[in-house]
Ligand binder design. Structure first.
Ligand SMILES: C[S@@+](CC[C@H](N)C(=O)[O-])C[C@H]1O[C@@H](n2cnc3c(N)ncnc32)[C@H](O)[C@@H]1O
Length: 136
C-alpha cells in the first residue's frame, strides 16, 4: 500500500512501544523513525530495539512532539492517533508543507477531514501527497 522498498525512510508519528516500526523494519528492511511523546513508551521501544541486532541500525526512536519534527526527508508516513480528529487537523497543513512529492501517508482508523484517500484497506486509509492539494 505504501510501496515500501529497502532503504526508504518511514516515520511513525506516535510510535507507541514500537510495534509498527519493528514490523516495517523487519518485513521491508526500511529505515524507520518513531516519534513518541510518552517517555515510558520511548524507553520500552528503545529496549525492544536494542535487544534485536537486526533492528538497531534500521530504527531510531525520538522522544518528541511530532508536530515539531521536520518530516521533509520522509518517504512514507504511518500514523494511528487515538486523539482523533483534532490532532489530524493540526497535522494536515504540516504534512502538506513538509512532505515531498509522491510521499504516501497511511492512517489507521482515523481519517483526515479535508482529504480524500486514494485507497482504503480495512481500517487503513492511504493518502498520496501528490493528490492532496486538489482536495483541500
Ligand atoms: C494509538 S498509539 C499508536 C502506537 C503505534 N503507532 C501503533 O500503531 O501501534 C498513539 C501514540 O501516539 C502518541 N502521541 C500522541 N500525540 C503525540 C504527539 N503530538 N507527538 C508524539 N507522540 C504522540 C501517544 O503517546 C501514543 O503512544
Amino acid at each position: 500500500m505504501l510501496g515500501l522498498k529497502k532503504g526508504m525512510l518511514v516515520y511513525d508519528l506516535g510510535s507507541g512501544t514500537g510495534d509498527v516500526v519493528i514490523h516495517l523494519a523487519r518485513k521491508y528492511k526500511v529505515k524507520c523513525v518513531g516519534i513518541e511523546i510518552d517517555p515510558l513508551k520511548v524507553l520500552l521501544s528503545k529496549i525492544r530495539i536494542s535487544r534485536a541486532k537486526d533492528l538497531r541500525t534500521l530504527i531510531e526512536i525520538e522522544r518528541k512532539n511530532f508536530l515539531s519534527v521536520d518530516l521533509s526527508k520522509a518517504d512514507a508516513i504511518y500514523l494511528f492517533l487515538s486523539g482523533g480528529t483534532k490532532i489530524m487537523k493540526n497535522l494536515e497543513p504540516k504534512l502538506l508543507r513538509e512532505l515531498k512529492e509522491g510521499v504516501k501517508i497511511a492512517s489507521y482508523v482515523h481519517s483526515f477531514q479535508k482529504w480524500t484517500p486514494e485507497a482504503s484497506v480495512r481500517d487503513i486509509k492511504i493518502y498520496s501527497i501528490s493528490n492532496l492539494e486538489l482536495n483541500v
